[in-house]
Design a binder for this molecule. Structure first.
Ligand SMILES: [Zn+2]
Length: 210
């Protein structure tokens, strides 16, 4: 994994169980009230009374990926398929994540492909793995690499290709306000890196294929 600051993974027996204790939640809510005051608001006015609680709960959900191991999503769903050796592509997978610089959303489409080497994984598990990485504070480049490397390690295919196309609200809503800019990142491993034709086939499929 390219992430140097590997999160400590706690496994929750019950997923709805809060990852934060009562004390952490109360402190989180207090921090939100402080921020509300800083922007010139009155945190005690009616419309804002439950905002700290809601924001803390939203943040817990949006960062719940720290409590889950992306490899677990894939591990249980691998099956052997000796005969199929063509590219498997999961195209236009919607994703939503939070940029670690501004805690604002970035979202878009993920295209994930691999060239199987006797082992295949269910598409829904693949989407689940992407989602776990998305529910952490991210930069798009690292997210792309993490998805590709995890697939490479867990499925052991001949190659992996990942392309992420995303719009970042931190660019759209603040600063430069480039309304229509999109960012594209890619990670090519194995055959997708070494074989131009394989890479080209993938690029053609995500651009115009079905
Ligand atoms: Zn940002």
């Amino acid at each position: 994994m390219a992430n140097a600051r590997k999160p400590v993974v706690h496994r929750l027996t019950n997923r709805r169980e809060s990852q934060w204790g009562e004390r952490e939640r109360a402190r989180g809510e207090e921090a939100v009230r402080t921020l509300l005051s800083h922007v010139g608001e009155d945190p005690t006015r009616e419309g804002l009374q439950r905002t700290p609680l809601r924001m803390v709960q939203a943040l817990e959900f949006l960062t719940s990926g720290y409590q889950q191991d992306p490899k677990d999503a894939i591990n249980g769903a691998l099956f052997v398929e000796e005969d199929y050796q063509e590219m498997i592509l999961c195209k236009d997978l919607d994703f939503y994540s939070l940029c670690e610089h501004h805690l604002l959303p970035f979202m878009g489409k993920a295209h994930v492909a691999y060239l199987p080497n006797k082992r295949i994984v269910g598409i829904s598990k693949l989407a689940r793995m992407v989602e776990i990485y998305c529910r952490r504070l991210q930069v798009q480049e690292r997210l792309t690499t993490q998805i590709a490397q995890t697939l490479m390690e867990e499925i052991d295919p001949l190659g992996v290709a990942v392309v992420l196309e995303a719009e970042h609200l931190c660019m759209r809503m603040r600063g430069v306000q480039k309304q229509n800019s999109k960012m594209t990142t890619s990670a090519m491993l194995g055959a997708f890196r070494t074989n131009v034709e394989t890479r080209q086939e993938f690029m053609n499929l995500i651009r115009n294929g079905k």
